[in-house]
Write a protein that binds this ligand. Structure first.
Ligand SMILES: Cc1cc2nc3c(=O)[nH]c(=O)nc-3n(C[C@H](O)[C@H](O)[C@H](O)COP(=O)(O)OP(=O)(O)OC[C@H]3O[C@@H](n4cnc5c(N)ncnc54)[C@H](O)[C@@H]3O)c2cc1C
Length: 574
């Protein structure tokens, strides 16, 4: 079936819905999502959304911008970061006016709490900057945006898996995919496509991400010869529930929780004397793994404790009900009485599809725009997070740049005619689906997926080195070859999840290769990319963005400069 719209947004998380809602003011918009829209990973966001409202204590957008740039280890583009920090307060008020039920303080204002790396007066002490809805902030924003989109007439196509971007003489003119319920091809013909496909935590063994976070948007881009920017920067959140990776929000430390090693020491005092447990995530994740490596894990094992006892039963129930529930459900312990075993968990992609501050996709180091395609949210890289994202800065990125992308994509759609669509749009999908269903190869999806997850976890996570990365690249390429010989046991066309998982595996392997390839080239340590063979940051050679492309001979890299406007790079001390 072929559907015609002005704008089609692939992805129904907060980035996709905010863009769709804004664009729908001016044109006909559809959202396409491989999971039911309201199950997108954005609903899992717990702790909050950053803005210098100053409702609890003095705050300024310049302080927010400074913290974001410093947190990024000076890799963020400062022109984009300035927009993020400046527009954040109004974005929160806009959400509030739409109906997001933010938690309020005694004066009736939106309450704010502390989060890692957010400080007052350029690093003096932690600042209360995170607005929140208990510890269900993402859910509350998603529900509100979904209601608003429905009221505005945005059409939702749930459980449709997009496989390909379509082009007509270098102008993007649609996307093609299939209906997961029936395997019927679904083609969306539009004046503009917005990619809002989220992250790819599932390429690692332990992750806080949902099952749908398989990097499909990254693979769609690479297949269309669109580069990916700064893919080597993968964030590990310090506090995943040990063994499971389920997230315990930084809000737990914002509310007073502390990390302790096997000796009961509050070890972050040694690594970040000023901000301690509220230092940025890259620093805390490395500190935890260093404690473990040096034998100070709890009972000699590979975890440390998150001690929430000081917060008290009542406040835990009020401010952190969902994570208290997770801890009770998955570990069988009461966090008000017993410390919680935690270890770093793969959480967020700082890199992604390069865009300008209006969401337009850029295809080279000189900023050439690819007409008709836009990207926003975690799959995009407008570069406000650089080498390390601060907590609560993703949600505000989705809203601020979702709004800007929505305005701009609608403008684009109003100015342009509908470009023609390739005739073979439907058959591309039918051929791809049928070739997988018909293939009698002897490789199995779960086996290859596990091998990839183990490899990425062992050789390309918090600590990296050239030898490991070189080996990882070779092994990923072998897995990609084996993936061509995958056979499916389930040949049905009705809700065939094995088929979907095979397609996702192909996307994850492409993404993993781009991450490892970019990481292998960057011979320095910056933010979340720590090379034990190059432990220092090297601004002279590496103060630049990586672009990784798919070329006929395989991946290749190029580099582009960073926008530095207000804050020249300095040493990061916390
Ligand atoms: C547990 C957890 C807690 C977090 N807490 C916070 C927090 O408190 N504050 C904060 O700022 N950030 C937080 N983050 C980060 C933040 O939530 C995410 O970065 C953000 O929600 C990503 O939103 P998105 O709209 O870009 O994508 P997502 O919400 O991930 O949505 C992706 C969408 O793309 C669709 N899609 C993907 N591939 C395809 C395809 N091939 N075809 C069709 N559709 C496709 C999916 O179905 C989905 O609708 C948290 C993240 C996690 C995992």
């Amino acid at each position: 079936m072929i559907h015609e719209y002005d704008v089609v947004v692939v992805g129904g998380g907060i980035a996709g819905l905010y863009t769709a809602l804004t664009a729908a003011e001016q044109c006909r918009v559809a959202v396409v999502s491989k999971v039911h829209v309201t199950r997108s990973h954005s609903v899992a966001a717990q702790g909050g959304i950053a803005a210098s409202l100053g409702n609890e204590e003095e705050d300024h957008w310049e302080w927010h911008m400074y913290d974001t740039v410093k947190g990024s280890d000076y890799l963020a583009d400062q022109d984009a970061t300035e927009i993020l920090a400046k527009e954040a307060p109004n974005a929160i008020i806009a959400l509030e006016h739409m109906g997001v039920p933010f938690t309020r303080n005694a004066q009736g204002k939106i309450e704010q709490r502390r989060f890692g790396g957010h400080t007052r007066n350029y690093g003096e002490a932690p600042a209360k900057r995170a607005c929140y809805v208990s510890d269900r902030t993402g859910r509350a924003i998603m529900d509100t945006l979904y209601d608003r989109c429905i009221a505005k007439g945005v059409d939702m196509y749930n459980e449709v898996f997009i496989l390909k971007l379509l082009f007509s003489s270098n102008h993007c003119c649609g996307v093609a995919g299939y209906d997961i319920a029936t395997c019927e091809p679904q083609v969306f013909h539009a004046k503009a496509i917005v990619l809002a496909t989220g992250g790819c935590g599932k390429i690692y063994k332990t992750t806080s991400n949902g099952y749908a976070s398989t990097g499909d948007g990254f693979a769609l881009a690479l297949d269309s010869l669109i580069p990916l920017e700064d893919m080597e920067f993968v964030q590990f959140h310090p506090t995943g529930i040990y063994g499971l990776g389920i997230l315990i929000s930084e809000a737990a430390r914002g509310e007073g929780g502390v990390l302790r090693n096997g000796l009961g020491e509050r070890f972050m005092e040694r690594y970040a004397p000023n901000l301690k447990d509220l230092a940025p995530r890259d620093i805390i994740s490395r500190a935890i793994l260093t404690e473990i490596k040096e034998g100070r894990g709890v009972e000699g094992k590979d975890y440390v404790h998150l001690d929430l006892r000081e917060i008290g039963k009542e406040r835990l129930a009020q401010k952190l009900p969902e994570i208290s529930f997770f801890i009770k459900t998955y570990l069988g312990i009461d966090p008000s009485e017993t410390p919680v075993p935690v270890a770093p968990t793969c959480h967020y992609m700082m890199g992604g599809i390069p865009t300008d501050t209006e969401g337009r996709v850029l295809i080279d180091e000189t900023g050439t725009v690819l007409p008709g395609v836009f990207a926003v949210g975690e799959c995009a890289c407008v570069s406000v997070h650089g080498a390390n994202r601060l907590g609560c800065n993703s949600l505000i990125d989705l809203v601020v740049f979702g709004c800007r992308t929505g305005i701009n994509v609608a403008k684009h759609a109003k100015e342009k005619d509908l470009p023609p669509i390739p005739q073979q749009a439907e058959s591309i999908v039918v051929d791809k689906v049928n070739s997988l269903l018909d293939c009698s190869g002897n490789e199995r999806v779960p086996v290859l997926r596990e091998a990839m997850q183990r490899l990425m976890t062992e050789k390309c996570s918090v600590f990296r080195n050239g030898d490991d990365l070189g080996q990882a690249l070779e092994e990923i390429r072998q897995l990609e070859k084996r993936c061509l010989n995958v056979g499916l046991a389930n040949k049905s066309k009705i809700f065939n999840y094995e088929l979907e998982e095979a397609l996702e595996l192909g996307n994850m392997l492409k993404t993993a290769e781009a991450i490892v390839f970019s990481a292998l080239q960057r011979n320095e340590s910056r933010g979340a990319h720590y090379r034990s063979d190059y432990p220092e940051r090297n601004d002279e050679e590496w103060l630049k963005h990586t672009l990784v492309y798919m070329a006929p001979q395989g991946l290749k890299t190029a580099y582009k400069p960073i926008a530095i406007t207000r804050f020249p790079p300095e040493k990061r001390r916390y």
